[in-house]
Design a protein around this ligand. Sequence first.
Ligand SMILES: [Zn+2]
Length: 419
Amino acid sequence: MQQRGHKVRLSLTPAQLVAVDEQGYAARAMWNLLHSWWTMLPKGERTLAAADAAIRQGRKDLPWLAALPAQASQAVLKTYFQAWKNCWDGRADAPNFKARFRSRMAIDIPQGRDLQIVRLNRRWGRMWVPRIGHVLFRWTRDLPVGKRAGKDNRVTGARLVKDADGWHVVFRVQHDVPEPGEHTGPSVGIDRGITKPLALSDGTFREHRPWLTPGETKRLRRLEQASARKRHARKKNEPASKRLRRTYDQIGRLRAKAKRRAVDWQHKTTTSIAETFSRIGVEDLHIPSMVKSAKGTVESPGRNVRQKAGLNRAIAGEAWGRTVTLLEYKAAQRGGIVVRVPAPHTSRRCSACGFITPGSRETQARFVCKNPGCGFEENADTNASRNIDHAAGLAVSGRGAGADGQAEKRQPPTKPHAA
Ligand SMILES: [Zn+2]
């Protein structure tokens, strides 16, 4: 059994757009009310039941909150609790208020049977949104609905999300997946390269063009400068002007475009890697602490990041964690495995003789082993990825060196290396 998300664009009429926006605002307000209420309560009184009662009361007292269907507001409560759990388990920061510009809107439709999904024609599908009615969406992949649905193959729920480029729906799809057979491909190690995005231990690289064209980059820079100027000119506590908000929206759309291209490339790349290789070694980089850093996310870059460097750095920061996650589930589907290895010296160790010799790294891009009698030469990223592959091999064979034939590749140096 497997859960997967499938995201597609919604096509809303102007009236529907107003109504969906209203639900989105209500969901965000609900979150913020819940958060202020929760943080004011003494610790002993913070229970799910009390929060549930508060939400029900809020829906009675504030009519505009009732724009959000009851099920969706229950989902807000559930998400809020999960956010605290994630925080207590050390996976995320404490939940916070959802601000106008730095958060995206979301509305949950938790029950799959409420969705009434129908395929209308080759390109369009139709779904039901509570309080709004039938809504069209782009049909880009077959969903298990109607006759194709079963107990183990069905859409179990959905979430509407508003990105910079409009409302989308993410269907939660449950699949019944047959156990994959054993993957017979070779093993590989992957390093986040300095000069190329991904370096593989077979000597190849996975590359991509910049996420934005030169024209788009120029436009983004101009918009960011304009927004900084306008922000500067604004008095304290003065609401953002219509023009400033439009600039924010334009910036958001460009960033979303870059991220979409990045994710698209990652999907293609990880699929082909998972298809080719059986054991995929990657460096374990403690992703949660990276997420917490000042870098922020692509949609809301950290405040301390220079605007110019912000986008590329934010994408690169998010990308590695996502690459590993994608690889893990794609490898599992094909009977492969991803091995995370702590790899402190991957870039300094020689992947041929296994020794760390001072000065071996000639330049950022080139590795030349200074061990007398070895002299191995390789692209520095490729060398690192070979070390990762080797470490992954040791990890799965329980450190029984040579059990999988990996260690034999290393020739012992003819002389002990000079200390
Ligand atoms: Zn060497």
